[in-house]
Design a protein around this ligand. Structure first.
Ligand code: CTP
Length: 433
């Protein structure tokens, strides 16, 4: 893949040398475009030696090769690390006053920005507005890490580790390049036999199925996760594909291999899941989102940039948590009064002295303003990781709940068939009855 690595004028520029190495060692062809200011931190000779390409920052270098548009046109991916507040402002304004900004303007490739700056600059309303603008145009802006900044201050604004930037950048590229979008009607059982029934309400509908658990990092090696296996979500994805839907799987951490025939995008944290779904809604307008992922409600308020160490005589660290977005409730709010995309949530409930499983599920259905909610009763022996399942589908339109029990794939088939009622013949969600 041809990658443009843009380098902004911040002290974190040196970390981009490692990022460049990660890309080149994986076989990518990388052109580095530093800004003039960044050359105060890392000189052109370093970039030329590491990338094996000449380096310039000025649109008036090599004018005969029309570099200012050609480099961007040829790129498969543009990654900018560090992206300073000033550089993001220039990109948000559509400026093309140096080789890097004109490359961004001239490219159709995915663009990924890894910001690094002082916390005050990151939190400044001007920067926040620029980040919103950039994200609104489909540019991926990675959240900066929290940790030690230049000088003595600490806070949000640290450049994420090169590995994290690489992963986010390659994920953005693979998403845009639409890797192996799945066979749609191909058998999910690997036999190659067509299973898709072409005469169901799901036929030809694009459906996003999220599955697996999110992982919220504490430091580069540890995370807060959950026991979601991904089995139920995969059973739904397969059942939808069998019934003719074009399925995109958005997968967090899973315990099972996923189907190669299904287009699959990977996410780590709840916020990555949110970003990926928002981008899919914006770019592909799916007909339905089936939210089987187990999303962490809380994340560590602080992600350490280096491994947390135990030290003699020191107390065990306290982990402070903060709220994650409620992803499906956010999607429901964003779609407003319409019912596109159709939203299906999941819940695993135990019931307690304050309410039964179905009472809790009913209130969750209303609270999240989704069209249907599939609820499992979980206990120590039921639910997570098990192959057998018991599931009730509740509908926001007041229709009678549908109950199914048995192996997870049969339960998923029954639920998908029941949910088909919500999809009208022309693909728009059926009107509320
Ligand atoms: N969900 C979500 N974002 C979150 C948490 C949950 O989108 N931050 C989605 C899940 O994927 C699922 C549904 O909401 O489809 C219900 O998840 P659940 O964890 O049961 O909901 P919570 O709101 O976290 O409820 P509780 O307080 O019972 O944990």
């Amino acid at each position: 893949m041809k990658i443009v690595l843009g380098v902004g004028g911040g002290i974190a520029a040196y970390k981009s040398a490692l990022l460049l190495r990660l890309f080149t060692e994986a076989g990518h062809d990388v052109r580095v475009i530093p800004t003039r200011a960044s050359l105060n931190f890392v000189g052109a000779a370093t970039w030329e030696a590491l990338s094996h390409h000449p380096v310039s920052h000025d649109v008036f270098d090599a004018v005969d090769e029309v570099q200012h548009v050609r480099v961007g046109q040829e790129a498969d991916l543009v990654v900018i690390a560090p992206a300073t507040a000033d550089l993001m402002a220039r990109i948000a304004a559509g400026r093309a006053d140096d080789l890097l900004t004109s490359t961004v303007l001239a490219t159709r490739a995915p663009v990924v920005l890894a910001p690094a700056m002082h916390t005050e600059m990151w939190e400044n309303p001007a920067t926040r507005a620029n980040v919103e603008t950039l994200r609104g145009r489909g540019i991926a802006v990675i959240e900066p890490a929290v940790g030690r900044l230049t000088g003595t201050d600490t806070g949000a604004g640290r450049l994420p580790d090169p590995e994290a930037i690489r992963d986010a950048a390659l994920a953005a590229a693979s998403e845009d390049l639409d890797p192996e979008p799945g066979e749609g009607s191909a058998a999910a059982d690997g036999t190659g036999a067509p299973l898709a029934d072409r005469n169901t309400p799901w036929t030809g509908r694009s459906v996003v199925v999220t599955l697996g658990g999110t992982r919220e990092p504490l430091d580069p090696v540890r995370y807060l996760g959950n026991r979601s296996s991904g089995k139920q979500g995969l059973a739904f994805a397969r059942a939808l594909a069998e019934q003719g839907a074009e399925v995109t799987v958005v997968a967090g951490a899973v315990e099972i291999p996923l189907d190669e025939s299904l287009r699959t995008l990977r996410i780590g944290t709840a916020r990555e899941l949110e970003e990926t779904l928002e981008r899919l809604v914006r770019k592909e307008r799916p007909d339905a989102i089936v939210m089987a992922a187990a999303v962490a409600d809380f994340r560590p308020a602080r992600t350490e940039a280096s491994k947390i160490k135990k030290r003699d005589g020191e107390d065990a660290p306290q982990i402070v948590l903060e709220r994650n977005p409620d992803v499906i409730a956010g999607l429901a709010e964003a779609r407003g009064e319409g019912r596109s995309p159709l939203l299906v949530a999941f819940a695993a409930e135990t019931g307690d002295e304050h309410g039964s499983v179905l009472e809790y599920a009913e209130s969750k259905l209303r609270r999240k303003r989704v069209d249907a909610l599939c609820v499992n009763e979980v206990g120590l022996a039921k639910g997570f990781g098990a192959d057998e399942n018991e599931l009730t589908v509740l509908f926001a339109d007041g229709a009678d709940p549908v109950h199914a029990s048995g192996p997870k794939d049969e339960v998923a088939r029954a639920a998908v068939t029941a949910l088909g009622r919500l999809v009208s013949a022309d693909g728009a969600p059926a009107p509320l009855s």
